[in-house]
Design a protein around this ligand. Structure first.
Ligand SMILES: [Zn+2]
Length: 377
């Protein structure tokens, strides 16, 4: 059987440090640094921008020099994208109507937006630290068993996901809402009117986390402390971490969801065995989705296909891992981030394109169904 190539230069055993742009940049002249920072903003590498801008801001402050509005804008903008609203408000409020160029909103508009979001955000704040740094800043509406259970589960999810990816993540903002209506209002204000495309009770797609206790009809969406509940927290934290790491580079849905399900399985171990049972059923009944369907948003998340898509994405991710190891997958992500394109990184790194990979997975898995290789209990 055709094998996947092991990624060349296997040295890194984790995601490259998340804040990695220009770590040793000697330039202090804003005109040298800003183009790189604006490009990083456009690539969605917000953690990098915050880290880099902070170095320049701190340096100027220590020297008693005026801080360039460009650095304050860059940091304030990046902070707004991961909901570090305090940072955005403080930085942008110092620079009036400044904008770094045409096409960038003036700082004053960011201040206004953040002030509105602060009004709509849940009023109470709880910080979770890892003994050193704040890892989650949780905004919640009222104390409840449900809210407590999310708060207890977050650091567990953090430890498991960080260990798998060999990376840490600076403070993540978490919004917890009692019902879907208030979540929707907040989400739309945050995303300039866009409505959430799909919504369960937990979401983590854009670098922050949302949880919502009750559906529109008042029913509770997930039983606190259940395996499903715990797994979902880790699942969404995986999305959050990968979004922060990859920025504007889109992972294919099967892999993004597959890795998230892997992370869910770290807190809900039965998920792995369940995946074996279910993928064997899907293949035995020839209900598997095609390669294009697994990379197309409307097909993947279509109501009648989504449950199969998740099972298949998880199974394909596990197959990829069996071929190149989790370290290989992390290297693939790092390569995609560097190249700015996942498909290119996949073909170059693994020596086959996605469609060939899909075929390899299908052949191997159908073979396993025929020989009883899946543990279907
Ligand atoms: Zn997901």
């Amino acid at each position: 059987m055709k094998r996947l190539r092991r990624l060349a230069g296997v040295v890194a055993c984790a995601l490259m440090a998340i804040a990695g742009v220009g770590q040793d940049a000697a330039e202090t002249d804003v005109s040298d640094v800003m183009p790189e920072l604006l490009e990083a903003l456009q690539r969605g590498l917000y953690d990098d921008v915050i880290s880099e801008a902070t170095k320049h801001i701190t340096k100027a402050e220590k020297a008693g020099e005026p801080v360039s509005p460009q650095f304050l804008y860059a940091r304030g903008y990046a902070a707004s994208r991961i909901a570090w609203y305090g940072v955005t408000e403080a930085d942008m409020a110092k620079i009036g109507d400044f904008a770094p160029g045409p096409g960038w909103k003036p700082a004053s508009e960011w201040v206004a937006k953040v002030r509105l979001l602060k009004e709509l955000a849940p009023p109470n704040v709880h910080e979770i630290d890892d003994g050193k740094d704040v890892i989650f800043r949780v905004y919640y509406e009222e104390e409840s068993e449900w809210a407590d259970t999310v708060i207890y589960t977050l650091p567990e999810a953090y430890r498991a996901v960080c260990e798998l990816y060999g990376a840490t993540l600076a403070e993540t903002t978490v919004f917890m809402f009692g019902d879907g209506a208030r979540f929707n209002e907040f989400y739309q204000a945050e995303n300039d009117g866009a409505v959430p495309t799909s919504w369960g009770w937990a979401a983590g797609g854009n670098g922050l986390l949302y949880f919502c206790e009750r559906d529109a009809d008042g029913s509770r969406l997930a039983e606190p402390g259940s395996e499903y509940f715990r797994g979902a927290v880790a699942h969404e934290f995986s999305h959050c971490m990968l979004a922060r790491y990859m920025g504007a580079v889109r992972l294919p849905l099967w892999l993004n969801e597959g890795l998230a399900m892997w992370c869910g399985g770290l807190l809900a171990p039965d998920d792995f065995a369940q995946n074996d049972v279910r993928i064997a059923q899907v293949l035995a009944q020839e209900r598997e989705l095609s390669a294009p369907e697994l990379v197309t948003h409307d097909e993947f998340y279509a109501e009648d296909q989504a449950s199969t898509a998740y099972v298949q994405g998880f199974a394909m991710t596990r197959y990829l891992e069996s071929e190149i190891g989790m370290q290989g997958i992390l290297q693939l992500l790092t390569l995609a981030r560097e190249k700015g394109d996942f498909d290119e990184a996949f073909s170059e790194g693994l020596g086959v394109d996605y469609y060939t990979f899909y075929r390899m997975w299908l052949d191997a898995s159908v073979g396993m169904v025929e020989t009883g290789g899946f543990n279907t209990r």
